[in-house]
Write a protein that binds this ligand. Structure first.
Ligand SMILES: [Zn+2]
Length: 268
């Protein structure tokens, strides 16, 4: 599935998802500014993306991080566009990681993009706009955001969790670092946060604060349980978070235990 929505006259939101019963399983956003695309959507929509670029030409693609819902669509844009990514993400673009069957269904099987290149510049120009490249590691080992201070636009990928009360995590997520990154974004004068899954969020301060406060309070709670001598499985039982139906299908990629472990052991 693919939907195109203009925002503010200057940005085109390209939403992609796989359908389930006519509904999107989970939208992921790519954002087009002039002919530069931030993220590329999921692999299941490559043929729709190829049709989309007939109307909306793309010359450069910047991939924020190496999760397949954000880079799986890259193959739709070559050879017309140059694809750029950070060093770790680039490895996945060149040789995508094998996916559990569940994610092949949810996002599609990612094709390699051999000609993808490394970007190391501290900023990128798009016409008259100048985007600072911002380190957003925390959601995963390497993630970059793009900040345009004059406009107050922040392309934040997955730096701010979609749920207000995050209850599970991936093994690569560093939650204390994620909290720090959200505080850094919060301290900027962001007018619109361009979130990877929720879409554009005008005046996002409250949205970000809710997630900082929840995760900080959860960390305090989890640390005090550990001080009482409770183990991670015991803390999980005490928290009582419900397990969504699809959790076993993720083959360990999402777990409540990953969230608890990160809150206990990871440092910023
Ligand atoms: Zn992600």
């Amino acid at each position: 599935m693919l939907e195109v929505t203009p925002f503010d006259g200057q940005i085109t939101c390209i939403k992609t998802a796989s359908p389930l019963g006519g509904q999107a399983i989970m939208w992921v956003y790519a954002y087009l500014v002039e002919d530069v695309l931030f993220d590329a959507g999921c692999a299941n929509t490559i043929s729709e993306l190829q049709k989309c670029i007939e109307k909306h030409p793309v010359r450069r693609v910047y991939v924020t991080h190496n999760h397949e819902d954000h880079y799986g669509g890259c193959a739709a844009f070559v050879p017309e566009a140059d694809v750029f990514a950070g060093p770790t993400t680039l490895e996945s673009l060149h040789k995508p990681d094998p996916l559990p069957q569940f994610f092949q269904w949810v996002w599609g099987e990612t094709k390699p993009v051999k000609k993808a290149q490394k970007f190391e510049e501290p900023s990128i120009s798009v016409g008259k706009l100048n985007f600072e490249v911002v380190d957003l590691s925390g959601h995963c080992e390497e993630m970059f955001g793009f900040w345009e201070p004059k406009k107050g636009w922040f392309f934040s990928a997955d730096a701010v969790p979609l749920p207000s009360r995050k209850q599970m995590a991936m093994p690569e997520e560093n939650i204390p670092q994620m909290i720090t990154r959200m505080k850094e974004i919060h301290d900027l004068d962001v007018k619109v946060l361009f979130d990877g899954h929720r879409g554009p969020i005008p005046n996002p301060q409250e949205h970000i604060e809710t997630r900082i406060n929840y995760l900080s309070q959860l960390q305090t709670r989890v640390l005090s349980m550990a001080e009482e001598g409770k183990t991670i499985p015991e803390i999980k039982i005490e928290l009582g978070f419900p397990e969504p139906w699809y959790l076993p299908n993720t083959e360990g990629r999402f777990e409540i235990e990953h969230l608890i472990r990160s809150l206990l052991e990871d440092s910023v």
